[in-house]
Design a protein around this ligand. Structure first.
Ligand code: UT7
Length: 325
């Protein structure tokens, strides 16, 4: 049994329909909702997001991302023995999008399940996959973040509908003789359920409660910067490393001000911050693996670099993972 796990390939996928702030503002104006490119850019850093076509599901987006990750790792679907999909917008109530994805990949038999930790989902999922690999339960995992958040947006609520987008990111995580995942730190505080949630549910053949995303943006903002700093520091301490060892910070891509604030608190120069929120918006569980893949394929991140991945979001949940690529 190999003592560590390591990322051997990354992949991502964005649905083709790209909607700029100006396009969204025009669309919303038609519904009597007022917003502007200037407001969105100044408050969030977002310039565009991608929206999936109505018939496209999270597992469809995940399939493309996984194919790219498998190709990068030089692996076939048949070599995978664990699939974890982090998502808050699954294809169905059940079974899991991971099971649906497994079938779309043309394989059967391996363990497959969804993980629900909203925007911290990928950080949770990679931590779980690492633990399963190190315990010998799995040897080669697909760890995925996939979302169609456009389905749960209330397009009459300008304080939330301009923030989110759709997409998927994936990594192949394999058993390894050398360390890849170095340490992680996961948290949740259920007393804060109400600050970011979709309160509705399916019951008795109907949707009970509100099926749209609700957020107290300022409450989330205030909590986010503090917990992202503490999770990063705890993770570094667990790994016996310091801020100086971080080559790239890849935080959840929700708001450029939160991301820059976190980098500043960790005394990291801004050029070490991976930013895709401008082009993707907030893709929840997909945001970190999307940003990771974009930076790998863009030639910024190279093999051997030390990365700090961070998530924060509904639950309230937060966490960090430090790894050597
Ligand atoms: O993925 C989970 C993590 N989520 C987050 O990290 C989100 C964290 N929160 C945020 O990013 C920010 O709180 C927001 C971007 C959501 C909001 O920014 P803010 O600076 O906190 O703005 P605000 O909510 O205080 O609103 C300021 C003003 C309000 O108008 P008044 O009351 O000052 O007249 C809002 O009505 O901006 C108005 N506003 C808008 N104006 C134009 C809110 N949304 C919009 C909009 N366009 N889309």
């Amino acid at each position: 049994m190999k003592p560590y796990s390591r990322i051997t390939g990354t992949g991502s996928y964005l649905p083709p329909r790209r909607v700029t702030n100006a396009e969204l503002a025009t669309e919303l104006a038609g519904r009597g909702v007022e917003t502007s490119d200037t407001w969105i850019v100044e408050r969030t850093g977002i310039r565009a997001r991608h929206f999936a076509a109505p018939e496209v599901t999270s597992s469809d987006l995940a399939l493309h991302a996984c194919r790219h990750a498998l190709e990068a790792a030089g692996r076939t679907p048949q070599e995978i023995d664990l699939i974890i999909v982090a998502t808050s917008t699954p294809d169905m109530v059940f079974p899991s999008s991971a099971c649906i994805l497994q079938h779309k990949l043309g394989i059967a038999g391996c363990a497959a399940f969804d993980l629900q930790a909203v925007c911290t989902g990928f950080v949770y999922a990679i931590t779980v996959a690492d633990a399963m690999i190190r315990s010998g339960t799995a040897t080669r995992a697909l760890v995925v973040g996939a979302e169609v958040f456009s389905r749960i947006l209330d397009f009459s609520d300008r304080s939330t509908c301009v923030l989110f987008g759709d997409g998927a990111g994936a990594v192949v995580l394999e058993a390894s003789d050398t360390p890849g995942i170095l340490a992680s730190d996961l948290h949740a505080d259920g007393s804060q359920v109400g600050i970011l949630c979709v309160p509705g549910t399916v019951s008795g053949g109907k949707v009970l409660g509100d099926p749209f995303l609700k957020m107290d943006g300022q409450a989330v903002f205030k909590l986010a910067v503090g917990v992202l700093e503490s999770a990063a520091r705890t993770t570094l301490a667990k790994a016996g490393r310091t801020e100086a060892d971080i080559d790239w910070l890849i935080p959840h891509q929700a708001n450029i001000r939160i991301m820059q604030g976190t980098a500043k608190r960790l005394k990291l120069p801004m050029h070490k911050l991976v930013v895709t929120v401008d082009q993707h918006g907030n893709t929840s569980a997909a945001s970190v693996p999307l940003a990771l893949d974009a930076a790998v394929r863009g030639g910024q991140i190279r093999k051997g670099d030390t990365l700090m991945l961070e998530g924060v979001g509904g639950g309230f949940t937060w966490g960090a993972v430090l790894l050597d690529l």
